[in-house]
Design a protein around this ligand. Sequence first.
Ligand code: G6D
Length: 344
Amino acid sequence: MPTATHAPWGTSPDGPVERHTLTNERGNSIHVLNYGATIQSIRIDDQEMVLGYTSIDGYLSKYPYYGALVGRYGNRIAGARFTLDGTTYQLDANENGNQLHGGSVGFNRKLWTVEPSTTDDAAILTLSYTSPDGEMGFPGTLAVTCTYRWTNDDALHIHYTATTNRDTIVNLTNHSYFSLGGGGGSVLDQVLYLDADRYTPVNKQQIPTGENESVAGTPFDFRTPKAVGQDIEADYPQIQLARGYDHNFVLNGYDGSLREFALLTDPVSGRRLRCFTTEPGVQLFTTNFRPGEFTVNDGAPIEPHTGICLETQHFPDSPNQPNFATPVLKVGDTYNTTTVYRFE
Ligand code: G6D
């Protein structure tokens, strides 16, 4: 029978932090913090599958969203502003005058209410947070729930819902850095398949230009599985400006249903991560930090390319891009998206 337990894990400015542990019948577990609805650890066969910190201090510092629930709007909004129903909203700008990942105090810095439960085939956490009208500049009081369902077959089902009392925009994602080899070594030899014929190129500030460019003949072609490191230093402007992959891929066949979009394989252990989503895009981010930019684990410097993020999403800057699927949530509607990461 799967189990759900929890224990104190320090304090945040808003109150006590708790760490919840969901363990399935195979004895594999995920650890989730009420702080930021953060997936702090995923343990498979006693190996660590994601990057994170060993204590709350790291999560309270300036850190790159390890395992966090990112919102109200994951990824970038140009000029930290958008117009909806004739009103222009100025948002909190936290990167080059743009907004990244919901602003300086995003959902990753909030304390979430957590309800644990179990069924025969899964251990479950239901997390909730209500974002006040105007928080980080966004209109509408937004009531958000996130469910993490950790099943006996080592699948993490993430399900988000949100409702609002004023028309607004929403784009929720999880920012886990997968490290299938365990131990947080280089991911450059890991092999990735992505079901995407196109990606959205960006300008120097990593705002999409608005085009959907074909991946054919470029470093962005993962339709035939290839090592993540194969073209990561290619003499190709889009790769050079991000020092690797930090781009949104346009997933093939988007229709809002749950579809398989990626397969990541560690050739050494043979471990695989199979990914499914209802979303139209995924940000492939290969941990392209400059030396000394961020820390990991107990505060040690993080080495480049030690994690792979597959952040499912509506496209970056879609509030300002008429050709991208709209992230608008209207009063009376329910935002409802699912992403599944299955370890094999
Ligand atoms: C996201 O796309 C962004 C990166 O540019 C950023 O550095 C990271 O989050 C922290 O993946």
